[in-house]
Every structure is written in structure tokens, then in C-alpha cells.
Design a protein. Structure first.
Length: 142
């Protein structure tokens, strides 16, 4: 389900990280309350952190399967933030990822100086789920 929501209908990819890197120590777990009542934010009673938690770290219970964690950056504002390259441990290719995107991913992996595992997601023929298998880079080279 997450692939269809966040990875352009299985045409994208998913990055796998080593969560023990210091970079991820500030990751916060998203809350999925049993009741889908919107959290009440009271600027007179709630601290700034409580208001942020309620606004940014709360999702409806039907999203619980995502088991989402988020890293919030207040200091530098919105934008793209770099992670430590050595924290990247794997890349999962979506079931419908285009060949030109695969070529880019293979180029990224070859540019890196450390080992990155490569996986391919494919539809499970008997269940409404995906199978993620480790694959070799050589499988994609002609």
C-alpha cells in the first residue's frame, strides 16, 4: 500500500538506512490514536513541543501499518537535508520502476565507496502484498 501512495504507483524506490547512525537519533515516532478525533492544540496550555507533536506527529489510526518515524528540523527551516552517505545500506526498486531509473540507481551505487544492497519489489502472486528480494547489480547489466 505504501508503494502506491509514496513511490509513484510502484515506479519509485525506497531507501534503507542503518538507523543506529547519530543522524537518526532525533527521529520521532508518529502517533496513531485509536480515535480519529483531531488533536486539540491549545497555545495557552500546550508547550511548543506539544503543539508540534500534535500537529506533525499524529495520523489517523488507519495509517498505523506504516509504522512511520519522522525527523523534524526547526533550525534551518524547510528544504532538503543530507544524510550521512554511509548510513545508506540498501535500495529497494519498485515493481514498476522504469529502466532509465534503474540505470540511475545503478550509477549511484557504483559511485559509492561502500556496499549498498539492491532489492527488487514484486507483487505476491497469492496475497495482497509485495515480495522484496535481494538482487545482484549484474542482473541488470547487458
Amino acid at each position: 500500500m505504501m508503494w502506491s501512495h509514496y513511490a509513484d504507483s510502484h515506479r519509485g524506490l525506497c531507501l534503507e538506512f542503518d538507523g543506529y547512525f547519530k543522524f537518526f537519533a532525533r527521529a520521532l515516532e508518529v502517533n496513531y490514536p485509536e480515535t480519529d478525533v483531531r488533536p486539540q492544540i491549545n497555545p495557552y496550555r500546550d508547550s511548543r513541543d506539544q503543539m508540534v507533536d500534535k500537529a506533525v506527529l499524529t495520523k489517523a489510526s488507519h495509517w498505523k501499518y506504516e509504522e512511520e518515524w519522522r525527523i523534524l528540523e526547526h533550525v534551518n527551516g524547510p528544504g532538503v537535508y543530507r544524510y550521512p552517505p554511509e548510513a545508506l545500506t540498501g535500495i529497494i526498486l519498485g515493481a514498476q520502476i522504469p529502466p532509465q531509473a534503474v540505470a540511475k540507481v545503478l550509477g549511484w551505487i557504483e559511485e559509492r565507496g561502500h556496499s549498498i544492497k539492491l532489492y527488487r519489489a514484486s507483487p505476491n502472486p497469492t496475497k495482497l502484498s509485495l515480495i522484496v528480494d535481494e538482487v545482484s547489480i549484474s542482473q541488470f547489466k547487458a
